[in-house]
Write a protein that binds this ligand. Structure first.
Ligand code: HEM
Length: 317
């Protein structure tokens, strides 16, 4: 590795905490808790950490259905369009199906998790919601929805997006990277086949980097020297290295647009019980590989009549 003091044939890693790394020898598993280590290993040695524990793709459910929708003109589908263009070439069709399946599996729940975290957080923080609504009203007015052209003019909305992605990564432990050959890092030998676990949860709460990591304060992005607008690879929720999220640009657009559109039109409140008292929101999350807010009660209403009209007009368009 150029520019480093790695000794080839370095010391074998033993169980436990080694500087910034946690190694579990029994499972040949390395847990990464800091962004600089993730960059050193997965970005700088991207080729080595490029494998995955499982590579089998599953069958795309409903493929025949979407094909017939496209053929009869009753619906549209990129997958069906590409499959029809490939004129019966079965190898190509299998690749198109795999692309559709992976995109669906990797993209649907992750995107929904981020949007759900945003909805939950706004319900818990009406003051932050109001500030973002005021920014949108000031910058673009009340008679249209925000578009991507507005993004750079809405720093507070951007800060909310960044904070959601930092505090609530949908995949808190990312997806394992497997090393395809031996590696040496800071004098230690990392064996081939090592499963590198990116602890995005810990990386995003690194106390050496973030002063109050568990507090939802979008202002910390506004006040930071670099500001709220990030390069997409600096949003760690999308992972690192060669296997970084392939759909991150689409996810970035989808989550941002959902956040901006909701803020432009809806008020998210706590629900009220029979006596008119606000129902508490525990703010709990599932503890799965892919993390979602647990169900809670809330009240969602259009900001006013104009917002209601805008929602209806958009739905009809
Ligand atoms: C907020 C939404 C999303 C989040 C937080 C997210 C996060 C991630 C993460 C953490 C990984 C593993 C990266 C790594 O190993 O370093 C990943 C992989 C992947 N994501 Fe996403 N993702 C999102 C949306 C999407 C969307 C919308 C698509 C596709 C349409 C997508 C497609 C993929 C694919 C294909 C991979 C596997 C890449 C590979 O193995 O080379 N993701 N995603």
């Amino acid at each position: 590795m150029p520019g480093s003091s790695i000794k080839s044939g370095g010391e074998n890693m033993k169980d436990g905490i080694i500087g910034d790394l946690i190694y579990i020898r029994k499972n040949n598993m390395l847990i990464v808790n800091h962004a600089h280590v993730a960059r050193d290993l997965l970005d700088k040695h991207a080729r080595i950490y490029s494998d995955r524990p499982m590579t089998n793709t599953m069958k795309l459910c409903g493929f025949d259905g979407i094909l017939s929708l496209q053929k009869t003109g009753t619906g549209t589908s990129l997958i069906a369009e590409l499959a029809l263009e490939s004129k019966g070439n079965t190898v190509e069709i299998e690749k198109i199906k795999a692309m559709g399946t992976i995109s669906f599996l990797a993209g649907a729940d992750t995107t929904m998790s981020s949007i759900s975290s945003f909805l939950l957080t706004m319900t818990q923080h009406p003051d932050i919601q109001s500030k973002a609504q005021a920014e949108i009203a000031r910058v673009i007015g009340r008679d249209r929805l925000p578009t991507f052209e507005d993004q750079q003019s809405l720093p507070y909305v951007e800060s909310i997006y960044c904070k959601i992605m930092r505090m609530h990564p949908p995949l808190p432990l990312s997806v394992f990277h497997i090393s395809i050959e031996d590696d040496f890092y800071r004098g230690y030998h990392i064996p081939k086949g090592c499963a590198v676990v990116l602890n995005i949860w810990a990386i995003n709460r690194d106390p050496d980097v973030y002063s109050e990591p568990d507090k939802f304060m979008p202002e910390c992005f506004l006040d930071s020297p670099t500001g709220p607008f990030k390069k997409i690879n600096d949003i760690y929720a999308y992972g690192f290295g060669r296997r970084i999220c392939a759909g991150r640009y689409m996810a970035d657009n989808t989550v941002w647009l959902a956040i901006a559109s909701v803020l432009a039109t809806l008020n998210l409140h706590k629900a009220k019980d029979g006596e008119g008292n606000e129902v508490n929101i525990p703010g709990e999350y599932t503890k799965h590989f892919l993390r979602h807010p647990k169900p809670y009660q809330s009240s969602i209403t259009p900001c006013d009549l104009q917002a209601r009209e805008l929602i209806l007009a958009t739905a009809m368009a």
